[in-house]
Write a protein that binds this ligand. Structure first.
Ligand code: BGC
Length: 720
């Protein structure tokens, strides 16, 4: 089966939130939620812009949603044919090959079929083809326009709307906080005669077509919608207008063709084919589609929010998800995107230096939830208690210090996999040194040994806050210090450059001190080969996940924080020790991985979509392929099934799951194929699950394009 279609039959407004995510169309610049053209703001439609943020009053800063330019209203004999009227038949699909959203709705007197895309060829453009099949004679009115009825979580964000009609409809507005112009324009083309007029109301500007229709007729309308902001060009409105005009002159089919060509190129670089299980093949395609669709191809330096471009959840912020979960697919398939993700960190170093200084440390402490300019989006109260409706003090912002090490880890991997040290030269080395400096200033001497402790931290498992010597964090720190030391060797041929960099940075920590601290970072206690997640972990109540779940009084209750049900137990939110073992495979023996896997997996809630892939990767390592397969499917299917947690306390956290999308690629490539790069050369160590008989995918290592092929007989790396 060669299935690229994610499909759904029926319309149920209750599913609008998850359908909007699953059927998302995006191109890195913007995301258009997968709702039909007629959907009202109650169905959470949105055009979410990458990298444009705004704060309304004292609410959370979040990305800006633009006006909706592919909005259509349909009337037949004076009756509105809106979707809320429960159409007799409705079906939607996402064609993941080219990021095409299609729907078919039977409204009774007319049937509508539409297709649309957010262009991969021109990041400012989206286009729609809307076909009406008339079933009975009558009078039809079609309104096509730009709706300013915008769904915001913490808005409104756009003010001073200016509307213009004429051949091009335009709406422009400015954001409240930074006065960024968001300009939108729409053009339409039709193959039918109609009385045409324009209308404006409080919620937008529309072109209105009226016509008597006859049974059997088909009417086709194409709409072209462009978005520019003043961050892109000085005159955003003219640029948006021009973009639409050009698209209309070219026509829908021509715009579609160049969009498809662009997707063909993306797939040629990254597409995995997996044979043996149709559901898995589709899930992996959907997953790869979602991650590729939100990559910042248009930008020199930009990262990807934790919920991609599916809306404003998680404040549109960039987390460690970027370096640890999205980065691997990109660095192995489209290194220029991996570069853009890391350049974002290089350029936001000033924000990280500022944050460290605010806490009284030196060096770079990166934002846990990073917005533009590296600004910290994470608040002190990131969860709202479901019982008291009060904000809960969470310490993610203050204590999740592994973030700096995660960034250094990705910078180092970029160099190891691409063999390209220019990113280190262009600021990457400086980032690694500043992260190392932060850890040196954050280190505590141990009271009764030579060990260096890292106290009062939070590891990936956010349910246990303010712990000491989180094994994952300490390992990331160790690696960060090693990466700083390794710069000497990487730049051995340019000793003058490194010395001048250190002098510029006033890098007071000498190499000796780095090496000394690295060697003394506390190692967590072990019990029967199981590494304690942090000091004192084994003293916590050891009970089952079901037991802890049974203590909940509300399904939305937050498990962490001061009163969370998990805090006093060994139940953890997500992979922590196991994430460390997945990221540093050479540091642990198979026996160690096996012992820790069997201990921690039953104690893990997998309350984050980042968790299952780490367990799957390590399950491959120890040959537990049934579990690897189960967790692979859980990861890859998350956006097919519309799964994942939707609430943290009273805060909505739904959206697409790019980390799981990246995780699915990681399990297939790094787990099933056992891909790794050692001394600049790719190696494979196949572990194909019994459900599959073939896995094939392209990679680029050290600038060379290769294909990895794994079958039941073994694996090979093919040169082009
Ligand atoms: C997870 C974090 C993750 C964030 C964004 C949280 O629920 O615990 O590890 O970075 O979601 O995906």
């Amino acid at each position: 089966m060669n299935n690229w279609l994610l499909q759904k039959n029926g319309w149920n407004e209750q599913d609008a939130a998850s359908d909007g995510n699953r059927f998302l169309c995006a191109n890195g610049y913007m995301g258009l939620r997968g709702m039909p053209e007629e959907a009202s703001s109650a169905c959470f439609p949105a055009v979410t812009l990458a990298g444009v943020y705004d704060q309304y009053q004292h609410r959370w800063r979040e990305p800006v949603n633009a006006p909706r330019g592919l909005f259509i209203r349909l009337f037949f004999d004076g009756q509105s044919l809106a979707l809320k009227d429960t159409p007799e038949k409705h079906a939607a699909e996402l064609d993941c090959r080219w990021g095409l959203y299609r729907r078919e709705t039977d409204f009774g007197p007319v049937q509508v079929r539409s297709e649309r895309f957010v262009s991969m060829a021109d990041c400012h453009l989206m286009a729609d083809q809307y076909r009406i099949q008339v079933r009975q004679d009558g009078d039809m009115t079609l309104q096509v326009g730009i709706s300013t009825d915008i769904w915001d979580i913490n808005g409104p964000h756009l003010f001073n709307f200016l509307f213009q009609t004429g051949e091009t409809l335009t709406v422009d507005a400015i954001t409240g906080e930074k006065k960024i112009t968001v300009a939108t324009a729409q053009e339409a083309a039709r193959d039918f005669d109609a009385d045409e007029s324009e209308c404006r109301d409080a919620s937008g500007v529309y072109r209105v077509f009226r016509r008597a229709v006859r049974k059997g007729e088909t009417l086709t309308l194409s709409a072209f919608f462009a978005v520019y902001t003043s961050l892109d060009v000085p005159d955003a409105l003219s640029a948006a207008r021009m973009c639409c005009r050009k698209a209309k002159a070219a026509g829908y089919s021509a715009c579609l063709q160049v969009h498809k060509d662009a997707w063909e190129q993306i797939r040629a670089r990254s597409e995995m084919t997996l044979e043996g299980d149709d559901a898995a093949a589709l899930a992996l395609r959907v997953s790869q589609y979602h991650l590729n669709a939100i990559a910042p191809r248009h930008a020199h330096s930009m990262s990807i929010p934790a919920r991609g471009l599916s809306g404003q959840t998680y404040k549109g912020a960039v987390f460690w998800d970027s370096e640890i979960f999205f980065f691997p697919m990109f660095v192995y398939t489209q290194p220029e995107i991996a570069r853009s993700l890391l350049r974002y960190r290089i350029e936001t170093l000033p924000g990280a230096l500022k944050k460290a200084a605010e806490y009284g440390y030196r060096g770079a402490f990166y934002a846990w939830e990073s917005q533009e300019g590296g600004e910290e989006g994470c608040t002190n109260f990131n969860v709202v208690d479901v019982f008291t409706h009060r904000p809960v003090r969470t310490y993610f912002r203050d204590k999740q210090i592994h973030i700096s090490g995660d960034i250094a880890y990705a910078l180092r991997s970029y160099y190891d996999i691409t063999g390209d040290r220019s990113l280190l030269e262009e600021g990457g080395a400086k980032v690694i040194l500043e992260c190392a400096r932060f850890y040196l200033s954050r280190a505590n001497g141990h009271v009764d040994s030579r060990a260096v402790d890292f106290a009062d931290v939070i590891g990936p498992d956010e349910y246990h806050e303010r712990v000491t010597n989180n094994a994952f964090t300490n390992q990331m720190i160790r690696h960060c210090l090693e990466s700083a030391l390794a710069l000497e060797e990487i730049f051995a041929d340019r000793p003058g450059w490194l010395a001048s960099l250190l002098a510029d940075l006033h890098y007071e920590a000498d190499w000796q001190l780095l090496a000394d601290v690295r060697g003394r970072i506390a190692r967590a206690a072990e019990q029967n080969g199981v590494i304690a997640q942090f000091d004192g972990y084994f003293d916590l109540e050891d009970c089952s996940l079901d037991e802890v779940r049974s203590r909940l009084r509300d399904p939305r209750e937050y498990w962490g924080g001061d009163h969370g049900v998990a805090g006093t137990t060994q139940i953890i939110k997500q992979a922590d020790v196991i994430a460390m073992m997945a990221l540093f495979p050479e540091q642990f023996t198979d026996r160690q991985v096996a012992a820790n896997w069997s201990y921690y997996e039953p104690r893990t809630e997998h309350g984050s979509s980042l968790s299952a892939c780490m367990y799957a990767l390590t399950a491959c390592r120890i040959g537990n392929m049934d579990e690897a397969w189960r967790l692979f499917m859980k990861t890859a299917q998350i956006d097919v099934l519309g799964g994942g947690k939707q609430w943290a306390g009273e805060i909505y956290i739904g959206g697409t799951h790019p980390a799981a999308n990246g995780g699915a690629w990681m399990i297939a490539a790094l787990g099933f194929a056992g891909l790794r790069v050692r001394n600049g050369r790719p190696e494979i160590h196949p572990n194909l699950p019994r459900q599959l008989f073939r896995l094939r995918f392209p990679i680029t290592v050290a600038g060379e394009r290769l294909t990895v092929e794994i079958t039941r007989e073994g694996g090979r790396i093919l040169r082009e």
